[in-house]
Design a protein around this ligand. Structure first.
Ligand code: ZN
Length: 526
């Protein structure tokens, strides 16, 4: 058969429409039975979306028709179950909403926006409303900052709560609004709220996935699970926003503009506090270097809840991977790349409960949410400066015995290292400075202060330094090779105004910079 150009075009267009239609098809909710943990890992390796519900013999998941068949062929018992969240969503859509009273209905996007704007207008001295970006369908990604000096980077730890990244997990979305309202209402009346707001920079994001909520779906409007879209230490160790969803990019860039110390993201579908790491193998405990700290802060939440300990998990907490492994989750990203201790809170077995339960859920979760927020003040903190100039330094803070360093806030040099009570050796180290170590004892509650004034390493005063600050590569005898030359750059810097940057290259290309030095006497090259 002859295929004319017109026919090709026709074939191409139908194909495009077909793929578009397919990708937007809602996945089915299923229950899959298994006997052995390795079978759970088989499901993880298939790349299907496992849901939060899992026991020793069954797990819930979202699957396409093709995945359904494949799982069946692998010998699993699999059956479709009702999508409770979707059913309640349909019911809500039928009933007239329009009430901005958080005691009654869920806030849809417009009501949530109005609620946030109303709070910002009523409490301008202690709040600042910001949109950190837009969702796929153009909805604002609202963040409420609550602080005694909103918008000012103070010498205080920064904390964040992020909710509703799974659009059909709605409890945290409403609890966020309750918490915002409680904090601003109680400021000046309740000593606890006043203390928190005076001494903490609090950020609350009620929904990271407004499109998902509006569509009654776990996924964003591109059909992506946002809690699988972050850089991952095992499968995607590239801390870049390239190729990620707009909602993920917005959260990453917002986090880069801050120095968050502690955070949590709120989900539903189980009742448990889940802490890093989330991978690599399901059913196998995967401890991060701060395991003891994560257990401590997760227990703080669970212990303050009236019945979290009866949610089917020992003491109401679990290691992420031991429960079921995921890749691209937000909590591991926060911890590994941002130095921010993040846990995943599963706040209710039912994903999208009837709105008449919300007031009761707030009663249960208020104390845990406050206790967890207060944890940000525990550990060791201080300011790192240059001994001579008093200028803040971007020094590395390490704790002997815990292989996880953190950085201070670059603007003020203030650092917050969360630690469980005990005695520790802390070292501050900055390039060109002599490292300084101190022994501190973290009290049972609260923090110990330890400042560092670092001295310039005498070696540095005699050295020739290339800092690219003259804006061209001419200071030393650099040579270039490969497909593109290196350049100096003033858009991204470590310090000063310039940095060195590789040329722009494609796959299988190179951009090389090198230098040959004649060493005439003993010394160091660094
Ligand atoms: Zn979730």
């Amino acid at each position: 058969m002859l295929i004319t150009d017109k026919m090709k075009q026709f074939i191409f267009i139908t194909f495009t429409l077909f793929t578009l239609g397919f990708s937007l098809t809602e996945k089915r909710v299923v229950e899959i039975q298994f006997d052995q943990l390795f079978q759970l890992q088989q499901l993880v390796e298939m790349g299907i979306d496992l849901d939060h519900h899992r026991t020793l013999t069954e797990v819930h998941a979202f699957v396409t028709d093709a995945e359904f068949k494949q799982i069946q062929q692998m010998g699993f018992e699999i059956k479709e179950i009702p999508n409770q969240a979707k059913l309640y969503f349909e019911e809500l859509k039928k009933s007239p909403l329009g009430s901005a009273n958080p005691m009654e209905d869920y806030h849809d996007y417009n009501e949530l926006t109005a609620f946030m704007q109303d709070i910002a207008n009523s409490y301008p001295d202690i709040t600042r409303l910001e949109s950190i970006g837009q969702s796929v369908q153009g909805r604002e990604l609202w963040v409420m900052e609550i602080s005694d000096n909103p918008g000012v980077n103070e010498l205080e730890p920064e904390f964040k709560y992020v909710a509703n990244m799974h659009g059909d997990e709605t409890v945290g979305r409403e609890l966020s609004l309750y918490l915002i309202e409680w904090l601003v209402d109680s400021y000046g009346n309740d000593p606890r709220a006043t203390d928190l707001i005076n001494n903490t920079d609090i950020f609350i994001m009620p929904t990271m996935n407004p499109d998902g909520f509006e569509n009654g779906s776990r996924y964003n409007a591109h059909g992506t699970d946002l809690n699988r879209d972050f850089p991952d230490q095992f499968s995607d160790p590239n801390n870049s926003t390239l190729g990620r969803e707009p909602e993920t990019r917005a959260v990453m860039e917002w986090s880069w503009g801050h120095n968050f110390v502690l955070s949590a993201n709120m989900h539903t579908g189980a009742l448990v506090a889940n802490y890093p790491y989330d991978g690599p193998s399901s059913g196998v405990y995967s401890a991060c270097p701060d395991d003891e700290l994560f257990i401590h802060i997760s227990l703080a939440y669970a212990d303050a809840h009236p019945n979290m300990e009866s949610g089917g998990f020992s003491n109401g907490i679990t290691n992420g991977a031991q429960w079921y492994s995921i890749s691209g989750g937000m909590q591991d990203w926060n911890y590994i790349w941002e130095g921010d201790c993040d846990i995943t809170l599963e706040q209710n077995e039912v994903k999208w409960p009837n709105s008449n339960q919300l007031a009761g859920l707030w009663e249960e979760h208020r104390e845990p949410m406050l206790v967890y927020l207060e944890e940000v003040h525990d550990g060791v903190r201080g300011i790192i400066t240059d001994e001579d100039s008093g200028e803040p330094l971007s020094a590395n803070i390490s704790v002997q015995g815990i292989d996880h360093d953190i950085l201070p806030d670059p603007e003020n040099g203030d650092y917050y290292r969360m630690l469980t009570p005990g005695t520790y050796t802390i070292t501050a180290q900055a390039f060109g400075y002599l490292p300084q170590s101190e022994t501190v004892t973290v009290p049972l509650s609260g923090y110990v202060e330890q400042n560092f004034q670092l001295n310039v390493d005498p070696w540095l005063s005699e050295a020739d330094i290339e800092d690219f600050e003259i804006g061209v590569f001419s200071d030393l005898g650099w040579s270039f090779s490969g497909n593109a030359n290196w350049q100096t750059d003033n858009s991204e810097v470590f310090e000063g105004n310039y940095s060195g940057k590789s040329g722009s290259i494609d796959d299988n290309e190179q951009s090389t910079v090198s230098i040959t030095l004649d060493v005439v006497e003993d010394g160091q090259i660094s």
